[in-house]
Design a protein around this ligand. Structure first.
Ligand code: ACO
Length: 431
């Protein structure tokens, strides 16, 4: 991080204060307010962190106005087209694209960690069958710290490395087991002869009694969904992981915190909420009614899968995802699906509506990912677990980066207190 030659100054009670300005490699300059409180005795107020950088990071860059998403400098479109998920995992974790040898070693290592401790199967069986798979995942991932004691010491770099491999490798197994448990089918063990995406599809859709061959086009589409969700800078769940980790919590607990945050419908839960909304709309003729509701200030309804905190032009992941959706639907021959017809028409009508244009609301990645996942045969309840398994590498990369940052401090935001001023306790008989 370089100091820029700019300074910011402001005057408070007639006294002038200067603040240093830092220059990132990409994006707007950042006013450094770390000494603001000690020098000027004021806090800043920024609910939702709309103007606040909470950390320094060299992993992912987003320019929301231009629709740019870079991982370690590489545009997401190029990675989605030319690379694959595990190579992107390596890139996010280590900062550079791997040589062929390094990639092979990395893939072998991840593949050798895909099984979970056998005793964890009993842990799964303690959940109700109708539990949401995200509820199961929060619990099981948090419980990994009870099963893998030899990778919970965050001060040991080797243990950090092993925890990273375990989380990336076991998350598909855990997500698939959560699914199988919810439908009453036997757990399917991982198969190390399959690639990461094909293995996940096999664990979700095969049964011991029948042969199941993974369609390579579906495996490619699955891999793309993983790749497009791999990391996204300091979003809510990543910031949650960083905040949990800032106290020194173990990696499994931190990632469980990230999963919990991702679950919400304003974040990773949007793909499930979007599909449910499309089904609720049901037929193309009802679209105007729902668009009108989304625009009505007195109605809390929002078009799920539309809008983004950072992208105010287009979501570059949505562009690739849309293309994948077309390929998958063509392959599966379900272009006439009613949900899909509603989705296509809703996209058209919303984009032509001045309300959405003025507020810069465009379909985000979740608008299309749900359509693909449904076509592949996943129930809506599995959409967010799939997002969680894809994002695990992003969370871990950011967690590792944070732990190696010499400026690491426990995250402790301040507040604008609006409660009662100090007052004296009143005995109960006098209230
Ligand atoms: N439908 C209708 N109106 C919307 C929508 C929407 N989907 N999204 C935002 N708006 C409107 C708001 O009502 C608000 O209007 P106002 O200025 O008149 O009050 C304005 O647009 C700005 O909205 P904010 O909520 O302030 O924007 P913010 O950046 O905080 O929210 C968010 C971003 C949460 C993603 C929001 O657009 C939303 O709720 N979208 C639907 C959920 C969704 O798809 N989430 C997935 C995000 S992508 C991801 O996690 C992978």
């Amino acid at each position: 991080m370089a100091e820029s030659n700019r300074t910011a100054s402001f005057t408070l009670d007639g006294k002038s204060h200067e603040l240093p300005v830092l220059s990132p490699t990409e994006g707007p300059d950042v006013v450094d307010i770390r000494k603001l409180y000690s020098n000027a005795d004021v806090f800043t107020y920024d609910p939702g962190f709309t103007s606040t950088a909470a950390c320094e990071s060299a992993i992912t860059f987003i320019d929301g106005d231009e629709g740019v998403l870079l991982h370690r400098g590489y545009p997401i479109g190029q990675l989605a087209e030319k690379s694959h998920y595990l190579e992107v995992c390596y890139l996010l974790l280590y900062g550079e694209l791997p040589s062929a040898d390094k990639l092979e070693t990395f893939e072998t290592t991840v593949t050798r960690h895909t099984m979970i401790h056998e005793q964890m199967h009993n842990f799964f069986r303690g959940f109700r069958r109708d539990a949401h798979p995200m509820a199961t995942m929060v619990g099981v991932v948090g419980a990994m710290s009870a099963f893998y004691h030899d990778s919970t010491d965050i001060n040991d770099s080797w243990q950090r490395e092993v925890a990273s491999f375990r989380l990336i490798a076991k998350m598909p197994t855990i997500a698939a087991m959560a699914y199988k448990y919810s439908i009453g089918q036997p757990f399917i063990y991982p198969r190390n002869d399959l690639d990461y995406a094909a293995n996940f599809l096999n664990m979700c859709f095969s049964v011991p009694s029948e042969r199941y061959d993974v369609d390579p086009i579906l495996a490619r589409a699955m891999d793309r969904i993983f790749t497009l969700h791999a990391d996204h800078e300091q979003n809510a769940s990543t910031s949650t992981v960083r905040l949990a980790s800032s106290s020194g919590a173990n990696p499994f607990a931190c990632i469980a915190a990230g999963i919990a945050c991702l679950w919400g419908p304003a974040h990773g839960g949007a793909n499930q909420a979007c599909l449910e909304m499309l089904r609720q709309i049901g037929t193309v003729d009802r679209i105007p009614e729902f668009i009108a509701r989304a625009k009505d200030k007195d109605d809390p309804f929002r078009l799920m899968g539309f809008g983004h905190r950072v992208y105010k032009n287009f979501d570059p992941r949505a562009t690739v995802m849309k293309q994948s959706a077309d390929e998958v639907l063509e392959l599966l021959g379900i272009e006439d699906n009613p949900t899909l017809q509603v989705a296509k028409e809703l996209e058209k009508q919303a984009l032509a509506d001045p309300y959405f244009a003025e507020k810069k609301l465009f379909p985000n990645v979740d608008f299309y990912s749900g359509i693909i996942l449904e076509a592949m045969g996943f129930p809506t309840s599995m959409f967010t677990p799939i997002f969680a398994l894809s994002r695990t590498v992003g969370w871990i990369s950011q967690w590792k980066e944070q732990l190696s940052d010499p400026a690491l401090k426990i995250g402790r935001p301040r507040q604008l207190y609006t409660g009662a001023a100090q007052r004296d306790y009143v005995d109960v008989e006098n209230r």
